[in-house]
Design a protein around this ligand. Structure first.
Ligand SMILES: [Zn+2]
Length: 346
């Protein structure tokens, strides 16, 4: 009897829960999906970085039909609003933000790159919204890097994270085959703002302002903030993945050696161990990714995983003067070392 009574209670409870579940599901579908703008713990890695944000266009409201949506919303204004939201989020976690413009003024492409270069920004992001004639249904996210992928590995590292962050935030129904595009697809010399910027640089076309529904959404401040949050998470994940590098320790950077056939020693740093985390002792860098160039020429090297030291034995005597050492490597997150040639004098 007791078992039977328990069974009845269980059935009644299940039916009650079923209906309760239905009603709560209805409530959720009737409401707006909440915007998740809490800051994940990994965003703390952004502290201390210097990021240049470049809201595309500006100062050309007088040009008829220049970069406008179907009802006349200007791309320059939308770009700026998103960039200002993003700036606020980045500053909240201790990032220094350099803006190429903070109002509707005209700034040349060369000037935008100059602002990034002179401020020694760690990386550069140009924020845009796309447009296409005679195809109002077109709407997707794309992220652009300069030139050939082999020459833009560091910018592509950033582009991947931005593309995924913004795509996740906007959840547009279409995702292109890659989402990552070379600016050479548009012009032979690429985009000036990417070509002239020295640090890793990308340009993101978050969505299509020429799509009528998208133009409506882009007038909603909450939607713009959601887009900025997508950039923010993409940037935070990019930084969290670390910046691997090879550090010349013998001879030390800028020092002078007496021998013309030095044995170079380079310390491998994955950009992750320095956080004091719990992980295997060896630096988290792919052995096969290591490449050492002396004066632009690839030299054979030996990498000792126990000491995390790369050794390069130079057998052919070097000339008197300054010589440059560049170490390329990739860490477990797939991040490529930034170009940072170190030098010594013979
Ligand atoms: Zn644009």
């Amino acid at each position: 009897m007791q078992t039977c009574l328990f069974y009845k209670i269980a059935v009644i409870a299940s039916v009650f829960l079923l209906f309760a579940g239905c009603s709560s599901r209805q409530e959720i579908t009737e409401q707006q999906i909440p915007l998740h703008t809490e800051l994940p713990a990994y965003t703390r890695h952004l502290k201390g970085f210097k990021i240049c944000l470049d809201p595309g266009h500006g100062g050309q409201a007088h040009v008829p039909n220049y970069k406008r949506g179907p009802t006349g919303i200007r791309e320059a204004e939308v770009n700026l609003k998103v960039a200002l939201h993003l700036r606020d989020m980045l500053q909240e976690v201790g990032t220094t933000v350099i803006m190429t413009r903070v109002d509707d003024s005209y700034v040349s492409l060369a000037k935008r790159s100059q602002i990034a270069n002179e401020s020694n920004a760690d990386f550069f992001i140009s924020l845009h919204h796309n447009g296409i004639d005679n195809s109002p249904e077109t709407n997707y996210t794309s992220t652009w890097y300069h030139g050939d992928a082999d020459d833009s590995r560091q910018s592509l590292d950033l582009a991947r994270y931005i593309q995924q962050g913004v795509s996740d935030a906007l959840r547009l129904p279409r995702f292109p085959a890659t989402g990552l595009y070379s600016d050479k697809l548009v012009t032979a010399s690429g985009f000036g703002v990417l070509r002239l910027t020295e640090c890793p640089a990308v340009l993101c076309e978050a969505s299509f302002l020429s799509n009528p529904e998208e133009e409506t959404r882009l007038q909603d401040n909450a939607y713009l903030r959601q887009e900025a949050y997508g950039y923010f998470l993409g940037i935070a994940r990019y930084v969290t993945a670390g910046f691997p590098k090879g550090v010349l320790i013998d001879p030390q950077h800028t020092s002078t050696v007496k021998t013309k056939t030095p044995h170079l020693q380079i310390r491998v740093m994955d950009g992750l161990h320095e956080r004091g985390a719990w992980m295997l002792k060896r630096q988290q860098v792919f052995t096969a990714s290591i490449r050492v160039k002396v004066d632009g020429v690839i030299f054979p090297h030996h990498y000792d995983r126990n000491t995390d030291i790369i050794t390069v034995a130079i057998e052919k005597p070097l000339s008197n003067g300054v010589h440059f050492v560049e170490t390329e490597l990739v860490n477990y997150y797939g991040k490529h070392s930034l170009p940072s040639p170190q030098r010594f004098k013979v």
